[in-house]
Ligand binder design. Structure first.
Ligand SMILES: Cc1ncc(COP(=O)(O)O)c(C=O)c1O
Length: 375
């Protein structure tokens, strides 16, 4: 697609050419089932093991702490299901109101099965408070699931501080790190989470693959039963080509350079916007330590997001309103509603999300186009 500007990288990213080559090569030449004992099966197992080792290293984990899944949604479902049923005498769960639907809908299901859930609120900057976490803890609290980075506003939640709070308690911690992985350096030992979810397609890998980190010693419950792959907790023949593509994507990631470039994109967007007549406000924290630079959520005052989305689309620019999961629906963003309790603001806001593939020129074109339609 020529002349298209893709600025919806929080929804998904463009697979790198080397990722596609790695996947094609694996499908053509390493086609065996990794559980088969003959040569091509052993080659597939080797590819799987190598990919697992490098992906585990990317978060400071060991290979046996990684379970491959079909992506962020399955990782979240698996983590929550495992943590909920590890001790049936503990029926209380803590999460936040701004979680991805793969967490929120799963805890809602658990509620129907008799669990009691506390939903932590967020402030206007889109961050939960540690005091609220402290206040929510009960003797029967089983686990806490709070996302590392929010997918609509990019705010960073205080995961390390929550982990610190739980140090001497029998309460486990899961974090959905889908939007954090590949932009924040992650070391699971430092972070302190017991389980952590990651998806490949947010980092230029293929869709439909991801992993869940399970800290050594944490007992998990399979969601999928079958041939006993993935240490018996996630049955199904491993998707070796996609996993190899995922590992290739991570081998191409140069975190410091990426961060520098994306900070520049963010700064350009904000400085170019400030030079215009457009009446706007950024949603969420702009503090460097509380927000990733990949996502900028902007309220264009008085302009319905649906109108801007169409105008930008006609100009070849792809951004989103709310999260991709609700694209197509004109409902105002649930996340922005939790932050501001303002329907108008929530339905007049756009999410612009960058990757290292975007250029400063593209950002300038975006602002030039907004100058025509957002006033
Ligand atoms: C924060 C967050 N969690 C989970 C997911 C789901 O990941 P996947 O699309 O791999 O199922 C997404 C994807 O949009 C996300 O942004």
């Amino acid at each position: 697609m020529k002349n298209m500007i893709y600025l919806d990288n929080a929804a998904t990213t463009i697979p790198l050419p080397d990722v596609i080559s790695a996947m094609t090569d694996t499908m053509m030449n390493v086609y065996g089932n990794p559980s088969s004992t003959y040569q091509v099966g052993r080659q597939a197992k080797k590819k799987l093991d190598e990919s697992r080792t490098s992906l585990a290293m990317s978060i400071g984990a060991t290979s046996d702490e990684l379970i491959f899944t079909s992506g962020g949604t399955e990782s979240n479902n698996f983590a929550l299901h495992s943590l909920a049923y590890r001790d049936v005498t503990k029926k209380h769960i803590i999460t936040s109101v701004i979680e991805h639907p793969s967490v929120l809908n799963t805890v809602e299901e658990l509620e129907k099965k008799g669990f009691d859930v506390t939903y932590l609120p967020v402030d206007k900057s889109g961050v939960i408070s540690i005091q609220d976490v402290k206040n929510a803890i009960r003797p029967d609290t089983s686990f806490i699931s709070v996302m590392y980075v929010n997918n609509e506003v990019g705010t960073v939640q205080p995961i390390e501080q929550i982990a610190e709070l739980l140090k001497d308690k029998d309460i486990l911690l899961h974090t959905d790190a889908v939007q954090a992985y590949g932009i924040l350096p992650i070391d699971v030992k430092k972070l302190g989470a017991d389980m952590l979810s990651v998806s490949s397609h947010k980092v230029h890998g293929p869709r439909g693959t991801g992993f869940v980190f399970v800290k050594k010693g944490v007992r998990v419950q399979p969601l999928l039963h079958g041939g006993g792959q993935e240490q018996g907790v996630r049955s199904g023949t491993e998707n070796v080509a996609s996993i190899a593509g995922f590992a290739k994507a991570i081998s191409q990631l140069h975190l410091t350079d990426k961060q520098k470039h994306i900070v520049q994109l963010q700064e350009t967007l904000l400085s170019e916007l400030s030079k215009t007549e457009i009446d706007y406000e950024v949603n969420g924290s702009m503090e460097e330590t509380r927000k990733v630079p990949t996502i900028v959520n902007v309220w264009f005052k008085g302009i319905p997001a649906s109108k801007l989305l169409i105008q930008l689309d006609l100009s070849g620019i792809m951004v989103s309103a709310g999260s991709a999961c609700s694209a197509g629906s004109l409902k105002p963003s649930r996340i922005l509603l939790s932050m501001f309790q303002d329907e108008k603001r929530a339905s007049e806001s756009l999410r612009i999300s960058f990757s290292e593939m975007n250029t400063l020129e593209e950002i300038k074109t975006l602002v030039e186009t907004l100058k025509k339609y957002a006033v």
